[in-house]
Write a protein that binds this ligand. Structure first.
Ligand SMILES: NC(=O)c1ccc[n+]([C@@H]2O[C@H](COP(=O)([O-])OP(=O)(O)OC[C@H]3O[C@@H](n4cnc5c(N)ncnc54)[C@H](OP(=O)(O)O)[C@@H]3O)[C@@H](O)[C@H]2O)c1
Length: 288
């Protein structure tokens, strides 16, 4: 039986799916999060990791508030570079593998082809830069002990996410406006959790792009969710200029997942299939 330590496993959007999938597959799973102590305290982190002695650490903890990061650069760097760097220095030279998560926001999104793992990065935001710094810290410290999964646009059970926000708004309004000039890969956390497990079982290292198949604008993603959930609300397309945000997002950050598919022996299913599973399995039926 393999032992996993899931950072963010008690409360995180991805972390909870990881705990679920790993447990279902007979892994011995422990978690670590902010409720257990200060993870940025090196002595505490060292003691926790040494005590739990995992075969694989899945680190889902990050400063994920993309707009807030613009005004909290130091904190974003502490969580997005400092934490992975600390984990790396603790496990360096041991048998432990670290599976870590990064983002499509490391790319500028100024192209219309899908990004491969070795395409040049150029983040447009503090969040993207801090996540890229985390990748570089890992590759510089434990290149043979880390697997970095760049993912995107997460949705799934047990925590508020884009889809729950959209469906709540749809219940309250006749029309909602959603950005239609940013394109990315909606990704279902239970799927990402399963690919993570498979890749850990292969002991793969390096960078992999991990997202569901196909791509969408936020407006298309929201429209599909509203339609599947039986909402009568109209979903209107708007531009990013009509919806100013503190952080600049890539216009087209679609990820090419062929390296992941070759490694785990399966192609990620299209996002609309995953969205259907999420809405019909985890969300209450619409009363409209
Ligand atoms: N969400 C996306 O759309 C997306 C897209 C691309 C990449 N990613 C990456 O995928 C990974 C998982 O994302 P996620 O959406 O599952 O993350 P999340 O649910 O927002 O947060 C993951 C965990 O991080 C913890 N955390 C956040 N800020 C913290 C802080 N300041 N101190 C201590 N703990 C903190 C959270 O604890 P609390 O519950 O206590 O806040 C939670 O357990 C991250 O590396 C993220 O950068 C996410």
């Amino acid at each position: 039986m393999s032992k996993a330590l899931v950072l963010g496993g008690q409360t995180g959007l991805l972390g909870q799916s990881l705990v679920h999938i790993l447990t279902e597959n007979a892994w011995e799973v422990t978690t670590l999060g902010r409720q257990d102590g200060n993870l940025l305290d090196m002595d505490f982190l060292h003691e926790q990791i040494t005590q739990k002695a995992p075969d694989v650490i899945f680190n889902t903890i990050a400063w994920t508030q993309v707009d807030d990061a613009e005004e909290h650069e130091d904190e974003a760097l502490l969580w997005n570079r400092g934490l992975p760097q600390a984990i790396a220095s603790i496990i360096k030279g041991t048998e432990t593998l670290l599976v870590h998560y990064s983002t499509d926001f490391v790319f500028p999104g100024d192209t219309t082809r899908a990004y491969k793992e070795d395409d040049p990065t150029r983040p447009l935001s503090v969040y993207g830069s801090s996540k890229l710094a985390g990748e570089q810290a890992l590759l510089g410290t434990i290149p043979d002990q880390c697997c970095i999964l760049r993912t995107a646009w997460l949705f799934g059970p047990w925590r508020k996410n884009f889809i729950t926000t959209i469906l709540n708004l749809c219940s309250q309004r006749e029309t909602i406006n959603v950005v239609h000039d940013q394109t990315g890969c909606p990704t279902y956390t239970p799927d990402l959790a399963r690919w993570s497990m498979l890749i850990a079982e292969k002991k793969a290292t390096g960078i992999f792009h991990a997202a569901n198949g196909g791509h969408a604008s936020w407006c298309e993603f929201a429209s599909e969710a509203a339609s599947l959930a039986g909402k009568s609300c109209r979903v209107e397309p708007i531009t990013s200029a009509d919806w100013p945000q503190k952080a600049t997002r890539p216009t087209y950050s679609v990820l090419d997942t062929s390296k992941l598919a070759a490694c785990i022996g399966e192609t990620p299913r299209p996002w609309p299939q995953a969205l259907r599973e999420y809405i019909f399995t985890y969300l209450p039926p619409s009363q409209e």
